[in-house]
Design a protein around this ligand. Sequence first.
Ligand SMILES: Nc1ncnc2c1ncn2[C@@H]1O[C@H](COP(=O)(O)OP(=O)(O)O)[C@@H](O)[C@H]1O
Ligand SMILES: [Mg+2]
Length: 309
Amino acid sequence: MKDLYERVAEQVGRVVVGQEEVLRALLGALGVGGHVLLEGPPGVAKTLLARATARALALDFGRIQFSPDMLPSDVTGSQTLRGGDLAFRAGPVFHALVLADEINRTPPKTQAALLEAMQERQVTVDGVSHPLPDPFLVVATQNPVEYEGTYPLPEAQLDRFLVKVRVDYPAEEEERAMLALARDGLDPAGLEDVEAVAGAEQLVAARRAVGAISVTDEVAAYVVAVTRATRELPSVELGASPRAAVHLLGAARAAAALAGRDFVTPDDVAGVAPSVLRHRLVLRPEAELERYTAEDAVGTALGSVPVPR
Ligand SMILES: Nc1ncnc2c1ncn2[C@@H]1O[C@H](COP(=O)(O)OP(=O)(O)O)[C@@H](O)[C@H]1O
Ligand SMILES: [Mg+2]
């Protein structure tokens, strides 16, 4: 997995400067079969990174731009008449790597259609199930919460994302390096130069490797304790679910694999805890008024649990 990461990073690095954390999240999610939520302003290479990653992994890429007037069938597809017969016309979710852009711009019903597909890895229309590709990775993007006129995802839906990664503005040096990249007018030149360095076979092997990573009882107990600690915080109205505990261990396994280890350490767990847990917590209004954030709450939860040695 470490080797796979390095090979993919080399390719993606041809067109994207920095953003390694996002790439790690994408590979980690592929390693455990999870999905990724990217939160950040426009123009920070979310689309470019997803595209380049798909190319490097030889994954069929699709993009869905969400808008207020979109219907669930615009995501999943629908039954249509073809030559007098009813046939299923597959929607844009039928790709191995789907970039679901600005999901908070579409109403809940349409969001739910995507999230159901993510969860079930299939789409059911008129009682007939259509399996999605395998691997299947959804990379959803949303604007930071301050934006208005949007449909924020409910916590029950956010809980389905393995991680939420913030994509921030690059450092000044990185922004300068970005300008030095080859360009075709305003567009990045060279997306075609991103070579496929792995395919389905390597991804299956990576998933198997992540699954084989060992977890001691102490580390598993630590995962549970951290998850449960988020439910005890006075500042938190809704803590992390048991599903969050499953995701926390999965992400920690992927982190261990990306680091080239075959066992999970407590540091792996603590390292991924913010990106796995913060989007699942609902703070009490008082806490929010005091500018206490979900990120702070995860930190407090981690601090309240003894680290196994
Ligand atoms: N870190 C970066 N490395 C290379 N190019 C970048 C980077 N950030 C932004 N760009 C440039 O900005 C453009 C916009 O990026 P895009 O992927 O469309 O952003 P987003 O999807 O986040 O709105 C890219 O095509 C690229 O030219
Ligand atoms: Mg974009």
